[in-house]
Ligand binder design. Structure first.
Ligand code: THU
Length: 158
């Protein structure tokens, strides 16, 4: 038997330590928490995807009375980017959230499993790592890629 330890490299940064383009993406994700339609959970999530052509595509969670027809912020942004700019590579991603008290989460928000898998598809299409910024009040986590968020991911390619 061989034991394999998988580690996830995470950099915990302050807002000031981010690059200019990262700060713009974080600002957009934070702004889009106000675009959430979350009357059931009252959990407001914003996402922003920076594309290689310089465009930023934002998203916010959209809930629905017919659970589980609603969609997370990350997938809203991800599919909007794919629809608006087909074939354009993803460059970086930021996600922010405000909890039921309306305040930004102190600890960085982390995407759900389904969003990780969806985003991974677009990282694969990009052909290179797409860094992810998980935004919190007290820290911003930078991960080097979507794949690092989803170890042992499902893939059809061997
Ligand atoms: N949600 C997101 O938008 N992104 C995540 O990564 C986790 C959860 C949304 C889904 C639902 O509208 C609300 O947050 C509570 O789960």
């Amino acid at each position: 038997m061989k034991k394999i330890d998988i580690t996830v490299p995470v950099e915990a940064l302050s807002y000031d330590e981010l690059t200019e383009s990262e700060r713009a993406l974080v600002d957009k994700a934070r702004e889009y928490t106000t675009h959430a339609y979350a009357p059931y959970s009252h959990f407001n999530v914003g996402a922003a995807i920076g594309l290689e052509n310089g465009e930023v595509v934002p998203g916010a969670n959209q809930e629905n009375a017919a659970f589980p027809s609603g969609t997370c912020a990350e997938r809203t942004a991800c599919y909007a980017a794919g629809a608006r700019f087909p074939g354009v590579k993803f460059k970086e991603i930021a996600v922010a959230a405000r909890g039921t008290d309306g305040l930004e989460l102190a600890t960085p928000v982390a995407p759900c499993g389904a969003c990780r898998q969806a985003l991974l598809e677009y990282e694969t299409l990009a052909g290179r790592p797409v860094p992810v910024l998980l935004v919190g009040r007290d820290a911003i986590y930078r991960l080097p890629s979507v794949a690092s968020l989803l170890p042992l991911a499902f893939t059809q390619i061997d």
